[in-house]
Design a protein around this ligand. Structure first.
Ligand code: ZN
Ligand code: ZN
Length: 314
């Protein structure tokens, strides 16, 4: 599968490097290209910074990135000034139980039933505890427990992704998950030492991505002027996460901008929209970017963005 389209990203990366080298006479300055790993884990940028990215290599004045969009046709660019992508937290819940025979449930504490109750209760965090005007997501993406039809297990593991923009909403969600999980354990009659264990994976936290509005204005005007895409439009923020945010969160507060490049075959896009259908999202096994136009647009847009920020030759 193409997942997030990282094949598109790397091709556009190489293409941009080639273009900028070819155009070496038209700009002055230092270009640093970051081949960052592990975007999906959200850990690569943090690790590169911890490893001295800004000390061992020239420290940039601006940071730029692009990401493909599974909801826009190839040949287009989308941008969001201000907050563009969400806070992303990964949370593990170990639901303990007291195992036994499936035919004698009264002698057990069934963690499968308890996990099911926790999952249903978690739905009330977004629907009842967060303001309808504040974006928030709690998704249980993974549930594992049990081994056999007739065995009541002693453990279920849940893995959650939790998304927000503000620190306050983030805290409401994370505190609420712990409160619901632990107290549902009490409701089930578990002893205190067997209550569900909630772990927020701070090593996998990705902070919300902020696009510097002034930089966005400058770069998108240059893109429009150069005609890099058929459409260059402002798009709403999304609840996806992107550890590109980390590059702007050091004490240097370097302004950054990540923009979207449409990746869907334009004909498929038109047909799907006309039929009122839905396009497969990023990470869907059915997402297949239209390679040539997407990559070309990415290379053109990123090259123009970089040229705009570099000084001109004397
Ligand atoms: Zn992804
Ligand atoms: Zn991605």
């Amino acid at each position: 599968m193409h997942a997030c389209g990282h094949d598109i990203h790397m091709s556009a990366f190489v293409g941009t490097a080639r273009r900028l080298v070819e155009m070496r006479g038209q700009w002055r300055g230092t270009l640093v290209m970051i081949g960052q790993p592990a975007e999906e884990r959200g850990g690569g940028a943090k690790e590169m910074l911890a490893d001295g990215l800004y000390e061992r290599f020239p420290k940039p004045d601006y940071n730029l990135a692009l990401h493909d969009a599974a909801s826009a046709p190839a040949g287009t660019v989308g941008y969001t000034p201000g907050y563009a992508l969400a806070n992303v937290d990964s949370v593990d819940i170990i639901v303990h139980g007291i195992g036994g025979h499936g035919a004698y449930p009264h002698t057990t504490k069934d963690p499968v039933v308890l996990a099911a109750q926790i999952i249903v209760d978690l739905q009330t965090l977004v629907s009842r505890e967060v303001s309808p005007l504040d974006p928030a997501v709690v998704t249980v993406g993974s549930i594992h427990g049990g081994t056999k039809h007739n065995i009541i297990s002693d453990q279920v593991l849940l893995q959650l992704t939790v998304r927000s923009y503000t620190d306050e909403v983030r805290k409401t969600l994370l505190d609420g998950i712990k409160r619901i999980a632990e107290n549902q354990g009490r409701v089930a009659g578990l002893p205190e030492d067997l209550l569900p264990e909630v772990t927020v994976r701070t090593d996998e936290f990705t902070p919300a991505t902020y696009n510097d509005p002034e930089l966005v204005g400058r770069v998108t005007s240059a893109m429009r002027e150069a005609g890099v895409a058929t459409t260059i439009v402002e798009v709403p923020p999304v609840m996806g996460g992107e550890d590109f945010s980390e590059y702007g969160r050091t004490e240097d507060k370097i302004p950054g901008f990540i923009f979207w490049i449409g990746a869907v075959d334009p004909v498929l896009y038109q047909e799907t929209m006309a039929a009122g259908g839905t396009l497969p999202s990023l990470h869907s096994p059915f997402f297949a970017p239209a390679p040539e136009l997407t990559i070309k647009t990415g290379v053109k847009a990123m090259t123009i963005a970089a040229l705009e920020l570099f000084a001109k030759p004397e």
